[in-house]
Design a protein around this ligand. Structure first.
Ligand code: 13P
Length: 332
């Protein structure tokens, strides 16, 4: 582990006024998004769509790093250039999702455990040698009746810590993503409580395994009411409770924070981020975005698999990325 390398990658990922673009949907998730728009689920269409994203003009004004799925990391664009090489050329750091997905957690109905530690060291050595600078691992915590269990939180956080340690051994910055799902009727207070227990457990595990915090990026969900709650908290309250939760639970020397959008609307995702960065909250780290849906979804809808919509979709994608970038410095 080289701390200087890790710190400088984390700083480059967190550079103002940029954020991260999550374009690492697994093939089944990508298939779901395509199916909703009747786009045939083929490798060729995944390449066309991802090429549309990363060849969007001026993308690197707003995006510091892009998280790729393994398939994309090894694929070439229609120009014959590898996706990862194109990212390097335009000044966007290539990153890679390395977990093997959230699977049913044995003897824990309705809960998930993220897999992918077996053989991870060897995969990381390979990714680093091919130019990856950072990695992502997503754990899923579900709020429901009598869940999450302590064992779901601790098993997932332990896996996140073991993943993060392997990343740092290989000079790759780990993005640690403990997503508390928005799905459900729960209140913002319940979300706050679960997010706090999850972050407490996560940072205990990371400390125990000697993680170098300036070389880690936290990718949290916001503290927010469930999507089916009938009295959802407003933008100011979400921003205030999220900032308070993070300040209470995260170490001050963390490399940075980059939120997931987690099913929030585009407006919610940008407004919450903008208020957090508006200057009323004193933040010890940079707080930016690592959105997938809140950057991509409207562009995907506009494209719908048709060449004639290509430029329109890129214009929409650039606009969303610009709005997120502005929100990350408190404007728009
Ligand atoms: P969303 O922004 O769509 O939640 O995706 C972020 C992500 O990378 C989930 O792992």
């Amino acid at each position: 582990m080289n701390k200087e390398i890790l710190k400088s990658i984390a700083e480059a990922m967190m550079q103002t006024p940029k954020g991260l673009l999550a374009m690492d949907e697994s093939s089944p998730t990508c298939a779901k998004r395509f199916a909703a728009l009747s786009i045939p689920e083929t490798e060729e269409n995944r390449i066309r769509y991802r090429e549309l994203i990363i060849s969007t003009p001026n993308l690197s004004n707003y995006i510091s790093g892009a998280i790729l799925f393994d398939e994309t990391f090894h694929q070439k664009m229609s120009t014959g250039v590898l996706f990862r090489d194109h990212l390097k050329e335009i000044g966007v750091l290539p990153g890679i999702k390395v977990d093997a997905g959230a699977k049913d957690f044995s003897n824990h109905p309705n809960e998930k455990i993220t897999e992918g530690l077996d053989g991870l060291r060897e995969r990381l050595v390979k990714y680093e040698s091919l130019g990856a600078k950072f990695c992502k691992w997503r754990a899923v915590i579900t709020i429901g009746e009598s869940i999450p269990s302590d064992s779901c939180i601790s098993s997932n956080c332990n896996a996140l810590a073991r993943y993060a340690s392997l990343c740092q051994e290989n000079n790759l910055v780990p993005i640690v993503e403990p997503e508390v799902l928005i799905n459900g009727k729960h209140s913002i207070e319940e979300c706050d409580k679960i997010t706090r227990s999850t972050l407490k457990c996560l940072f205990d595990e990371l400390k125990l395994i000697n993680i170098y915090f300036p070389g880690v990026i936290l990718k949290p969900s916001m503290v927010i009411s469930g999507d089916k709650n009938s009295n959802r908290a407003n933008f100011d309250r979400v921003a205030e409770m999220t900032v308070k939760c993070l300040k209470d639970m995260c170490p001050k020397d963390l490399g940075g924070v980059a939120f997931l959008s987690g099913g929030q609307t585009n407006d919610e995702a940008t407004n919450h981020l903008k208020i957090m960065n508006s200057g009323i909250h004193d933040l010890p780290w940079r707080v930016t975005f690592s959105y997938a849906r809140a950057i991509q979804q409207s562009a995907l809808n506009a494209w719908s698999g048709k060449d004639e919509n290509y430029e329109k979709a890129q214009t929409i994608l650039a606009e969303r990325a610009k709005l997120c970038s502005e929100a990350s410095v408190g404007n728009n």
